[in-house]
Ligand binder design. Structure first.
Ligand SMILES: Cc1cc2nc3c(=O)[nH]c(=O)nc-3n(C[C@H](O)[C@H](O)[C@H](O)COP(=O)(O)O)c2cc1C
Length: 329
């Protein structure tokens, strides 16, 4: 069986594969994005960036947003609650060279909600639209939104979703990505793909990106086929498996999905680690890579032992020892 993977657009940017790397706090940093691009990811998003932090000073901005030449097209994702601050932070991201500004109205973390940011905006559609309008007026590049299906799990009519989507598209938003869970559900329970299909039907000529339960390349194809969304996001499905972008092309072409050998995993994990140490230095790099190692362990034939080994890593030497011990054929 083959499946047609259609390109899609975010404003003027043509994206040749309908599977993109999601915004992932703590994970979609420059080293991981570049690795995913090597595997075929056509478009990536930064981790969410607090608007107020971006406005503090240039040094902090450069620390928070690490860019490099090949890392395009790239969406910079903003989280905040005030239209003027979100607009000012969007200007900073534009000046730094981000290609798309993505607005996070989806984050379920308690701190964000208590400060009326992220998923809280699913309770305040008028404010979400005001933020979108302010950002659109401030920048000269595509603006996209990340929404949840609703705030409350019990909400069955998704009035806020319809209202924000309508208002944002009318204002000129280039695309909307929907994580098909409620804010209350956080990351658990099944994502509501039926709702994604309804959103795509209602906004047939707009760009809709689906998020939720794309845990494998097959699941990405299943979402595209079942819902008709223009693209899907690889989120937890890319953690530990950046090969997902290559695998989706394999499956679509009717080939068995590429399964990386241990030697290939070794080489990939080494490359990812070396890049992280270049970006973060030999002290911070290994700490940051520990959590990636734990995710990579799931593709290993002995996941438990490998996970435990990565948990203990503190130095570059220890990382390479884990690779030599567990990833030799
Ligand atoms: C560790 C982690 C961090 C995340 N960080 C962000 C983020 O910064 N911004 C965002 O919009 N979504 C974030 N998400 C949500 C994902 O982008 C995605 O919408 C969600 O995980 C659903 O997809 P999945 O079920 O395929 O994982 C995060 C998810 C995880 C698991």
């Amino acid at each position: 069986m083959t499946f047609e993977l259609k390109p899609f657009r975010i404003g003027p940017i043509e994206i040749d594969l309908p599977l993109v790397l999601a915004a992932l706090a703590g994970y979609s940093d420059q080293p991981f994005r570049m690795l995913c691009r090597d595997m075929g990811a056509p478009f990536c998003a930064t981790e969410m960036l607090l608007d107020k932090s971006l406005l503090l000073n240039q040094k902090l901005r450069r620390r928070l947003v690490q860019l490099c030449d090949g890392d395009h097209p790239l969406a910079g994702q903003l989280i905040g609650g005030e239209p003027h601050e979100m607009a000012a932070a969007a200007v900073q991201l534009s000046e730094m060279g981000l290609d798309v500004i993505d607005l996070n109205f989806a984050c379920p973390v308690r701190k964000a909600l208590s400060r009326h940011r992220g998923g809280y905006l699913m309770k305040e559609p008028a404010r979400a639209i005001a933020i979108t309008q302010a950002v659109l007026a401030a920048v000269d590049r595509p603006v996209t939104l990340k929404l949840r299906k609703s705030f409350d799990e019990a909400d069955r009519d998704h009035a806020a979703l319809w209202q924000i989507a309508e208002g944002a598209f009318d204002a000129g938003a280039a695309a909307i990505c929907i994580h098909a869970r409620s804010v209350e559900a956080k990351y658990s329970g099944k994502a509501d793909w039926d709702l994604l299909a309804r959103v795509k039907q209602r906004f047939a000529d707009r760009v809709i990106i689906g998020s939720g339960d794309v845990r494998s390349a097959q699941a990405a194809i299943d979402m595209l086929a079942a819902t008709g969304v223009d693209a899907a996001t690889a989120a937890r499905g890319a953690l530990g498996n950046p090969w997902i972008f290559r695998q989706v092309r394999d499956l679509a072409a009717g080939r068995p999905p590429h399964e990386p050998s241990l030697a290939e995993q070794h080489e990939t994990l080494r490359r990812h680690f070396d890049h992280a140490v270049t970006v973060y230095g030999p002290k911070r790099g290994p700490r940051i890579m520990r959590k990636f190692g734990i995710r990579y362990a799931r593709t290993h034939p002995h996941p438990k032992a490998v996970r435990m080994a990565f948990v203990a890593v503190k130095t570059p030497d220890q990382w390479h020892t884990v690779l030599d011990r567990h990833y030799e054929q």
